[in-house]
Ligand binder design. Structure first.
Ligand code: NAD
Length: 374
């Protein structure tokens, strides 16, 4: 009989990435199911998780990127990653391996093609359907929560003012006013965090059903009278006329806020422009825009992805990977998402039991043939 399935965890190599795809307590959960866990040395170190914690949890240390006698985590039955593999990473994987991670299938279809040609069964966490049964596997949401939280903290840090109202012997300051554009998972967390910091928070989205969720975190709802409901609970792209009208109405609204946090995305598309150059010019000096959509072009016309820029006294910040800045909890939540998915793929004896017709497997699988994995 074949030995137990091996789960390999690679050290992330993307610049600035500090997360790791598996944390010790979840390595222990996998080991408890009879799986062999092999971790690349140092994989967790930038998240504050030294190798010893993994070995104490029942994982074994594999060979590092430069090779060695120990098992290569990339030659495991299941390989876990946070960020998409590079061409060199793909070349080091073995045909038949199940690769699980953020693979950006819509943004980089050529990578998916390369994985398919290499015979890798690639499960992209972005493509897991957002159904109730898959909630615990929803890595987009777990990481968006981190991004929203960190975006509000970043805005508070960049603003030249307090977020809360303060009454002191030296005078009273009013609370900061924060507008969040796009009230999905990241937006709602940004609103809740701004509110906890004492700001007056307002949310806006093109999906009207979000109004109630915005109010439930103690924020106000900005109604601009433009709706764009798409498939699967996502927003659709606006028509040209709707976009022009939205920008006009938003430009008027934005000038009244100290901080604007933007999180609006449409899957597989360039991010919509919600904050025009005119809107930025209409903001008071000292105002702050934090744009979470920089990786897909930005929601602000003047955003420079990955940079902080000053336009007439308005700071526009476009952080590209906020979860990497909070790697411990971001990794813990992400690892939990992955382990839930792995548990769907293996039986109680720790052997593959993949049902290719399962809605979650079928949705997540962007390359390879899961029916051939046994
Ligand atoms: P997202 O990151 O794709 O987009 C962020 C927000 O931007 C969305 O709320 C979207 O409506 C909004 N947006 C897009 N274009 C806009 C525009 N032109 N103007 C203003 N706002 C715009 O969204 P997300 O956080 O991934 O959530 C997407 C959907 O998935 C939501 O319906 C959410 O409730 C749902 N969801 C479901 C589950 C589940 O059931 N398991 C889990 C998480 C999210």
């Amino acid at each position: 009989m074949a030995g137990p399935l091996t789960v390999g965890v690679v050290a992330e190599t993307a610049p600035g990435e500090r997360r790791v795809a598996l944390v010790p307590k979840l390595a222990e959960r996998l080991a408890g199911r009879g799986l062999r866990v092999v971790i690349e040395p140092g994989a967790g170190s930038r998240a504050g998780l030294p190798d010893e914690l993994y070995t104490a949890a029942g994982a074994e240390l594999g060979a590092g990127a430069s090779g060695g006698d120990a098992a290569d985590p990339r030659r495991s039955d299941i390989v876990l990653t946070v960020t998409p593999p590079s061409e060199e990473d793909i070349a080091r994987l073995t045909a038949g391996t199940v690769l699980i991670g953020f693979l950006d299938p819509l943004g980089a279809p050529e990578r998916v093609q390369a994985l398919d040609s290499a015979g890798i069964v690639a499960l992209a966490v972005e493509s897991i359907p957002r159904i109730s049964r898959a909630q615990a596997m929803d890595a987009l949401s777990s990481q968006a929560n981190v991004s929203g939280y960190r975006a509000a903290l970043l805005a508070a840090q960049l603003a030249p003012r307090f977020f809360p109202m303060l009454t002191t012997a030296a005078g009273t300051v009013p609370p900061a006013t924060v507008l969040v554009l796009g009230a999905g998972v990241a937006g709602l967390q940004a609103l809740a965090t701004a509110k906890r910091l004492g700001a007056q928070a307002t949310g806006y989205d093109v999906r009207p059903e979000v109004a109630e969720q915005v109010r439930s975190v103690g924020a106000q709802w900005l109604d601009l009278g433009i709706e764009a409901i798409g498939d699967g609970g996502y927003a659709r792209e606006l028509t040209d006329d709707e976009r022009a009208e939205q920008q006009r109405r938003l430009t008027e609204a934005i000038s009244g806020f100290d901080v604007v946090i933007t999180t609006a995305l449409v899957p597989g598309r360039t991010a919509p422009t919600l904050v025009t150059a005119d809107a930025v010019r209409g903001m008071r000096p000292g105002s702050v825009v934090v744009d979470l959509a920089g990786a897909t072009g930005g929601n602000c016309e003047l955003t420079q992805p990955g940079e902080d820029v000053d336009v007439g006294g308005v700071t526009i910040s476009s952080p590209l990977n906020l979860p990497a800045g909070m790697p411990l909890h971001a990794s813990e939540l992400y690892a939990r998402n992955l382990v839930e998915l792995i548990e769907l793929l293996v039986d109680s004896e720790g052997r593959f039991a993949i049902d290719p017709a399962d809605e979650i497997v079928a949705g997540a699988c962007v390359a390879g043939r899961p029916e051939e994995v046994a």
